[in-house]
Write a new protein. Structure first.
Length: 69
């Protein structure tokens, strides 16, 4: 599955890379919401996908911090 590969890819990244990916995803979500508000967004399903990716990134960050503790 596509999401399983994405999660495995996230698990191989360092904490700094994950933090950067989280920042990038949040910026993308902001831009998508802005486009949606101004009726410029064609693919509204992308908002849901980005939100889920943010949750996945946060889950991996939490798991990594629990491993280190």
């Amino acid at each position: 599955m596509k999401t399983n590969k994405y999660v495995e890819e996230l698990k191989t990244k360092s904490t700094e890379e994950l933090a950067q990916a989280l920042t990038d995803a949040k910026k993308e979500l902001f831009n998508l919401r802005f486009q949606n508000a101004t009726n410029q967004l064609d693919n509204t399903a992308r908002i849901k996908e980005v939100r889920k990716n943010i949750a996945r990134i946060q889950t991996v960050i939490t798991a990594k911090s629990a491993e280190q503790a």
